[in-house]
Unconditional design. Structure first.
Length: 291
């Protein structure tokens, strides 16, 4: 369990802002921080990682105090067992892929962990190459493997896939989910991609101006209701056609088009360009507008 009760005055492009967080995160959760730029999402990750110091408050992880302003406890970043993946990769340019991973590992660590991650992240053919010769998606796989090589308790992901094309992003989402489950991590993700959030997260925490405004499952946050079903995906409405007593709604899902039969109640207020979630209900697809 991660327990945050912290306050930090931040200087942002929009002026000074007070970040005030009271947040509990269950072990094994995959939580997304969602909100506009400047809301305090990246600062939250940096405060948890020890890269930024709260003005006051406490941070406790599984009963261990990482920060306590009253008791003057401030655990160093290297003692917090956190893996951090940035959007800009931050790899060492003079080292090969394998050397980047080995350097990040602990001195007495078994080298089998590096080989295991190279296999999981499909980096075998790239391990002798340097970052400058890799694509963005390949570099991000290396960055994710490097964050995992020390077997962190917590994985922090700061918009790691935002600059990648959709095909590579979907592949890396699979790698993130696989690593999260394989290593029993508690993962905190920052993302603005609703489809990505729905696919990866079990909870969402919305931030605005340094405050938590809402928390819940992705469907509760974006559609204001609980959704169960065998499948869920998000996309953009590109056509709405009426055919006798029903409507045919064409939804663009990444680079594929899906047609959904909808009733009057489902298309009411729905327009071309709207973001929607398609889910199953009693084995039939049903469409929900994302607000």
């Amino acid at each position: 369990m991660i327990e945050l009760d912290i306050r930090k005055r931040l200087h942002t492009a929009g002026g000074d802002m007070n970040l005030q967080l009271q947040l509990d995160i269950a072990d094994g959760a995959l939580l997304t921080l969602y909100g506009p730029s400047g809301a305090g999402k990246t600062s939250t990750l940096r405060l948890l990682a020890g890269l930024m110091k709260p003005d006051n408050g406490t941070i406790t992880v599984d009963g261990e105090t990482w920060f306590d302003s009253g008791k003057k406890i401030d655990l160093a970043p290297q003692r917090r067992q956190i893996g951090y993946v940035f959007q800009d990769y931050a790899l060492f340019p003079n080292m090969t892929v394998r050397q980047n991973l080995e350097f990040a590992g602990k001195k007495d660590q078994d080298k089998k962990m590096v080989s295991e991650l190279i296999e999981i992240m499909e980096l075998g053919e790239l391990q002798g190459r340097k970052p400058a010769t890799l694509s963005g998606g390949q570099q991000q796989r290396v960055a994710l493997a490097r964050a995992l090589v020390q077997r962190p308790r917590i994985l922090l992901l700061d918009e790691p896939l935002a600059a990648l094309d959709i095909k590579i992003r979907l592949k890396l989402q699979d790698h993130i989910l696989s690593a999260h489950r394989e290593y029993g991590l508690t993962t905190i993700l920052i993302s603005h991609d609703i489809g990505e959030i729905v696919r990866l997260s079990d909870r969402v925490c919305m931030l605005a101006e340094g405050q938590i405004t809402r928390q819940g499952t992705p469907s509760e946050i974006f559609i204001n209701r609980r959704i169960s079903g065998k499948f869920k995906f998000t996309g953009e409405v590109i056509r709405i056609e009426q055919q006798e007593v029903v409507y045919i709604v064409t939804v663009l899902i990444q680079n594929s088009m899906v047609k959904v039969i909808a009733q009057d109640s489902e298309v009411e207020g729905l327009q071309v360009g709207d973001q929607v979630m398609v889910a199953s209900k009693a084995f039939n697809p049903i469409i929900y507008k994302i607000e």
